[in-house]
Design a protein around this ligand. Sequence first.
Ligand code: RIB
Length: 334
Amino acid sequence: MGLASDLIPRLSHPFSMKARVVIVGSFIQDLAFYTKSFPQPGESVIGDFRAGPGGKGFNQAVAATRAGAPALFIGAVGHDVFGAGAKKFAHDAGIVAHFVVKKKEPTGTAVVSINAAGQNQIIVALGANLTLHKQDIPAAPLKDAQVVVCQGESDFRTVAHVLRTARKTGATTVLNPAPMRTDFDFDLLRHTEVLVPNETEFAGLMRALPRSGLRTLATEEVRRLPADQLHHLCRLFNVPIVIVTLGDRGCFVSQPDVYTHISPHEVDAVDTTGAGDAFVGGFAAGLVKFNRNVLEAAHFANAVAALAVTQHGTAAAMPTAREISRFLRKRDHK
Ligand code: RIB
């Protein structure tokens, strides 16, 4: 899986096209360490190192673009070597990006640890991402977009502005509340049409949502919930569509009157970092590809996420449209 794809159009200026998917969010320089097992507190372990572009917003933009829906990414970086690297990667890989350079803040960075089972632990320093303000967001791309996506690695006031504006102009608004933050702003849900948490984020949202009455709900308990109860809890958000990603158990799609469990694809996972981003980016691309059909888009996203975990890295691990089609064709013939 190369960094640049022959399927991705090369565009000279971020606004020279009408992007059908606009993703506003984080760019993070990932510093990834691969170890046999995670170190215990006070322990040092030997591992391998790879650096690469990441950040939930940027990963999602790469996933959507490679999956066949060229996306516009809008985010902030610092005036430093990592910010320069972000621009170079985007340019070389054909990702259309509008990077706002913040002179006083560093580019976001993350320490990502990955164990032999492909599981990850991440610490993120958001840096410049938190200073992306509503004045930094050009209005025209939001007006033209079919799908607009935000995550939780930004200032929530900026997220509110983006979702509100996009909703007014008829775009489908997707919120990925990752990572779950204690200051999560439930007002964001008023402008959200599709909410995509993983199980941990779902449990965190439920604990924080006063009307749920579930102040101690644990991720493990979410895993054990029967489908009808999970659907019932999803409805408490008052968001039309809630998709809970379930890791190696696929995903759960809750629509107002119906719910669907989509089974996982069996793959050999080497690195699950960014799997959620692959899903969200793939879902955004799927909404465009399948004329906003949520279930078809979720099936497509499920395949994008399955392929992403078979590669190391985050943004660089996102599969191309050709790889996704080949993968789905093979599954159909099984
Ligand atoms: O979802 C994975 C991403 O989370 C990583 O790329 C890291 O940058 C963190 O933001």
